[in-house]
Design a binder for this molecule. Structure first.
Ligand code: IPD
Length: 273
């Protein structure tokens, strides 16, 4: 099926506009609020999100928007045939600290499935896009995942959820299980870029729990369209609303699932004694 070309063009226009605003304001004295102890929202997140909502309202008045910072109606985009899923800054904590690993991410879900996705990293001027069944591209060049076939030869990546202070043993324990098996494990601070890096073959696999739809909807489509595999962390079908993701080049998927399952099994055994 071919989508209306206006969908992809809108996704590209809006992530570019987001990047312009992000770069114009980075390092300035902007207002920063705390959503929880370590989860931040800046004035720039809010400005970018308001811009995106307004543009989508004008271009597609009947479509829903599900985005990170402002109230969503319907709350999770439920019941909407067309739902734009947007993160105004993915990597807000990096942005606040001036660490240039952040982006904006926009996907259009039709009947609950991402059909179009765009992620823009303005620090590197890298635009990742994908359309279902039409492949993924980085600045116009087709993307494909890496060819690593074992964790020992793999560069993996993860992120830590904002409740990590309460959940440290589980999150860091699994991180340790991968550190003990992989060539290297990174934690970059932007789930959408982590997914794009799997699509680009820079990373071989990425897992994270505690994510939101706007962190992963576009990136997951970009990985799939680059030839990778995306599931939840237990190997079930990927669902942008379900909170967890395992994205790999495909070859590593079963081995990474076995690491996760092995870690979960050892935790349950420890809890029993
Ligand atoms: C966060 C980033 C980070 C991930 C967090 C996300 P935000 O998104 O993607 O890498 O570890 O779980 O919430 O808050 O910067 O949009």
């Amino acid at each position: 099926m071919s989508n209306d070309p206006a969908f992809l063009q809108t996704a590209i226009d809006l992530v570019f506009r987001a990047g312009e605003i992000q770069m114009a304001r980075i390092g300035q004295d902007i207002r920063i609020d705390k959503k929880s102890a370590i989860d931040l929202v800046t004035q720039v997140d809010l400005e970018v999100e308001a811009m995106c909502r307004q543009e989508i309202r004008e271009r597609f008045p009947t479509h829903a928007v599900l985005a990170e910072e402002l109230p969503n109606d319907p709350p999770k985009g439920e019941g909407a045939r067309y739902c734009w899923v947007f993160d105004p800054i993915d990597g807000t904590v990096n942005y606040v600290h001036g660490l240039p690993i952040f982006c904006s991410s926009l996907a259009l879900e039709i009947d609950g499935r991402a059909e179009v996705g765009a992620v823009y990293d303005p620090s590197r001027q890298e635009l990742y896009v994908a359309e279902r069944e039409h492949g993924a591209r980085l600045n116009g060049i087709p993307l494909s995942v890496s060819s690593a076939t074992s964790q020992l030869d793999a560069m993996l990546c993860t992120g830590f959820p904002y409740d990590v202070h309460r959940n440290t043993d589980e999150v860091v324990g699994l991180f340790g299980a991968f550190v003990a098996r992989a060539r290297a494990v990174r934690r970059l601070g932007s789930a959408a870029l982590d997914l794009c890096y799997v699509a680009a073959g820079r990373l071989d696999g990425f897992w994270e729990q505690g994510l939101h739809p706007w962190d992963m909807a576009a990136g997951a489509l970009i990985v799939e369209e680059a030839g990778g595999r995306v599931t939840d962390m237990m190997g079930g079908p990927f669902d942008s609303r379900a909170g967890t993701v395992l994205a790999t080049n495909g070859y590593l998927h079963d081995e990474m699932l076995a690491t996760i399952r092995g870690f979960e099994a050892s935790r349950s055994r420890r809890r029993m004694y």
